[in-house]
Design a protein around this ligand. Structure first.
Ligand SMILES: C[S@@+](CC[C@H](N)C(=O)[O-])C[C@H]1O[C@@H](n2cnc3c(N)ncnc32)[C@H](O)[C@@H]1O
Length: 195
């Protein structure tokens, strides 16, 4: 389904980075693991700031566009086609992990998230933005599946190895391509790996 969605010359989520990421990019250290990197807009942005980026996604089509975008911006990023349902990141390696609109089933998150926490160096941070369960009532983006939508409560329960630096639910205007357009109910999280 994702290869099909990305199978157009347009960048479906745009080429500009997610605005929550931009607002907090100064707090990120490399190397950065980008979960569900898609067409590269976030990883490429971080690479332009001088950070080393490893973007992982299940869509080969999306990641090929990510490499095109990196070339166009004169930076390089490492991309890896992998299913996050079985992906195991290197331990104690990343300064930061980002997860932007990486909506995944609860059972997949239960396997992946402990690996994500362990992939951070002590003191490293996870930055995440996702639509919340309240988004089900809206038509402005995100999956129509409660299990794949997030909340403050799910983040606290599923990522106990991270100390929240910022954790909030809010409504905000999202302008990130036709699938993510309009007022959205989102949760934003920055958590630091407990040493
Ligand atoms: C809504 S897009 C977000 C893309 C990117 N993070 C962005 O903000 O532009 C969700 C992405 O999750 C990826 N994805 C969904 N399930 C996945 C899985 N099980 N393994 C790897 N990637 C997955 C899709 O291929 C898609 O690129």
């Amino acid at each position: 389904m994702w290869n099909e969605r990305y199978g157009t010359s347009e960048y479906v989520y745009g080429t500009e980075p997610n605005t929550f990421l931009v607002a907090h990019a100064k707090d990120l250290a490399g190397p950065v693991l980008s979960l569900a990197e898609g067409e590269g807009r976030n990883g490429v942005y971080l690479a332009t700031l001088g950070l080393e980026v490893h973007g992982v996604d299940g869509s080969s089509v999306g990641l090929a566009k990510a490499q095109d975008l990196a070339r166009a911006r004169g930076v390089s990023i490492r991309t890896e086609v992998a299913d996050l349902g079985s992906f195991v990141p290197e331990e104690d390696h990343y300064g930061s992990v980002i997860s932007i609109w990486a909506h995944l089933p609860g059972a997949l998150r239960a396997r992946l998230y402990p690996h994500v926490v362990r992939s951070l160096r002590p003191g490293g941070v996870l930055l995440l933005e996702a639509y919340t369960e309240a988004q089900l009532a809206r038509d402005t983006g995100g999956p129509k599946d409660l299990d794949m939508l997030m909340s403050e409560d799910k983040i606290r329960r599923e990522l106990p190895g991270l100390e929240p630096i910022l954790l909030r639910e809010l409504e905000r205007e999202v302008d990130e391509g036709p699938h993510h357009a309009g007022i959205g109910s989102v949760v934003q999280f920055i958590g630091r790996r407990i040493e």
